[in-house]
Each structure stands twice: as structure tokens, then as C-alpha cells.
Design a protein around this ligand. Sequence first.
Ligand SMILES: O=c1[nH]cnc2c1ncn2[C@@H]1O[C@H](CO)[C@@H](O)[C@H]1O
Ligand SMILES: [Zn+2]
Length: 384
Amino acid sequence: MTSQIPSTPTADQIRRAPKVLLHDHLDGGLRPGTIIELARAQGYDRLPETEPDKLGIWFREAADSGSLERYLETFAHTCAVMQTREALVRVAAECAVDLAEDGVVYAEVRYAPEQHLEAGLTLEEVVEAVNEGFREGERQARASGHRIRVGALLTAMRHAARALEIAELANAYRDSGVVGFDIAGAEAGFPPTRHLDAFEYLKRENNHFTIHAGEAFGLPSIWQALQWCGADRLGHGVRIIDDIEVAEDGSVSLGRLAAYVRDKRIPLEMCPTSNLQTGAAASYKEHPIGLLRKLHFRTTVNTDNRLMSGTSMSKEFEFLVEAFDYTLDDMQWFTVNAMKSAFIPFDERLAMINEVIKPGYAELKSEWLFQQTATTSDSSRRTG
Ligand SMILES: O=c1[nH]cnc2c1ncn2[C@@H]1O[C@H](CO)[C@@H](O)[C@H]1O
Ligand SMILES: [Zn+2]
């Protein structure tokens, strides 16, 4: 009897596989029940629903608008209830716990400190509260048998004018929980070069940053992010596909920018479901990640906003497995790519890859061997 190596991972294997998340917004990942409790405690009465399931659906549907600007409007409700120290600690702790339970072993979670000052917290107090929450969540996860490490990325809003200040904040906390910087918000009309001073400052400090680019706006945004601002990674970057031509005979040619991105191994933080909601891609099957993975771009898989997209790392992988027949080897490839692209020190990334990620996948990939043995001995008992 010949045995068949299973090629498609099951949903359970996808969940148990070690995963690495580089692009996840803290204010886009709250539990609906937590939003309701925090709103009640703080007297925020503008929530569109007051029952957790309904509120979760409301966020997904409201974010399903086909426009980044409308998608971003939903964050008014999450930011509204994230204005106190206690709320920030709780939301960050729950974030770490939820990711850990989903099999994420390393995550960089971002948020914009400037959006959490309405009740009088200082920027420093916001960062310290979120850090405390992440540490608390890591402890809780460990107590229930999961290991996760979470680093914070500080985001500046591209329509605002506080990027340098937030970059300085990221630099001040670089040895205590903050691993880098980002800019986010509406892309069209707000080019990253508006914040050149922040990026130049971080370069001088040998610090790291990623830039949301090539999501709602195309190649010029990616080009600016890389060649003017010097981004280490691209948030989304899906529109790099506009610089790639696939001929009818299947041959592929890269424009100068796409070639640069691939040659320099620029990490692409792809967020498939989020892209379907904002109109950056039409379907999972048509999502550029399929081609980019084939062409060996440094592609990674991410959630963006778990609440607004009703998603998780496992779900994103499930959709991709379904669309592209990915195997555990493909999942491992995306995961190692992400770990290589993280902003923590090289030796720690390497240890994560060699001591956590590769052994985790090796274990999953060998499961079929043992299942096979059980079936064989069962049937031999029956026939013997
Ligand atoms: O996909 C996205 N593109 C651009 N901006 C985003 C995206 N998701 C969230 N934010 C913005 O980032 C802020 C800080 O976390 C959020 O409040 C939201 O306005
Ligand atoms: Zn994002």
C-alpha cells in the first residue's frame, strides 16, 4: 500500500502552525464584547449596536465599503473607548491573548498614540499602558500554554502633523517594547513625503519603519515610500502588481520599481481580506499575493484589522490555502519571510526561525506518518 503525503493543511493544523504577524492594528482588533463593556463604563453612547455578535457584524459590514476612507471611519468607535490607561491595558492584553490562542508566536502590533489623548493621557502614558497590556497578555497566554512575543509599532496619522513627535517617541521607547514606526490613514492626497522629517530622523537613529503604501494609491506611493522615505517594509504594497506584466505565454516582466522591491527583498505586508474590503483586490484567487509568492517577492501574510475584517491569521491562511492550494511548506515560507522581516534583532529572529518556527512545521508535517501507522494496523487487525 502506498501512502499519500497530505498536501492541504487542515483548519486545525493551520491554527496550530506557528505564525508571525507584522501588520495588525491594535484599534482594529478589539473583541466586540470588550468595546461594549468599555463604552458602558465610560459613558460612550454612540455605538451602532449594543450586542456583541451584532456589533461584530456591523464592523465587518461597515468596513466592507470598497473605499479606504469609509473603512477608516469605523475606527472612530474603537478609538473612542481606548482613552484611559485601564482600557488600553485591557485591549492590549486581550490582543496578545487572542493572537497567541490563534497560534501567533511573534507579532508586531501598531496603533497611533495621538488618537488616545482625548481623556488627558500623555503620549508616554499611552505607550506605557499598551506595553503593560502586551506584557500582561504574554503572561496570560503563557499560563494557558501558549507562547507569544509582541512588539509595538507606533503609527503617525498621515493627515496629521505629528509624525516627527511620534518618531521621537518610538525612538525613546525602542529598548522598552516599541520595535518601530509606521504611518497610516487615508493614502490618496497624503503622500508619505509629507513626513520626511520623521523618516530622516529615524534613519539617523538607525531605527526601523514601515509605511502603509500601495493600498489605495498606486506605484507613486510605493516609490516615494521606498526611494524618498527609505521604508524598511511596505504596509500592503499590493499595487506593486501594476509594475508587473504577465504575457499571454506566461512570461513575466518586472518594471524597475517591482524589480527593485524584489531584488532588495523589501518585505510586503499583505492583508488579503482587508484588501478585498477596501477594493484593492477583487477576490482571494485574484489577489496579487498568488503571483508575488510565485515570483519570490518577500511576501508575508497579515490580518490588518481582525475586527473590521472578521478575521485572524488562521483565517487568512485558510482563504489562501483554498485559493492557491498552499501547503504547509508554503505556510512555512510565508512565516519565515515574516520572521526575517521583523524589527527585532537578527539573533532573536534567527532563534525564532530555528527554534520555534521550523520545529513547529516539522512536527505538523510529520503528523500524517503517525496517522498512517494507526490506520494500517487497524486494517491489518481487521483482515488478520
Ligand atoms: O489598512 C489601513 N490603511 C491605512 N490606515 C489604516 C489601515 N488600517 C487601519 N488604519 C489606520 O491606522 C490607525 C492606527 O492603527 C487606525 O486608527 C486607522 O485609522
Ligand atoms: Zn494597516
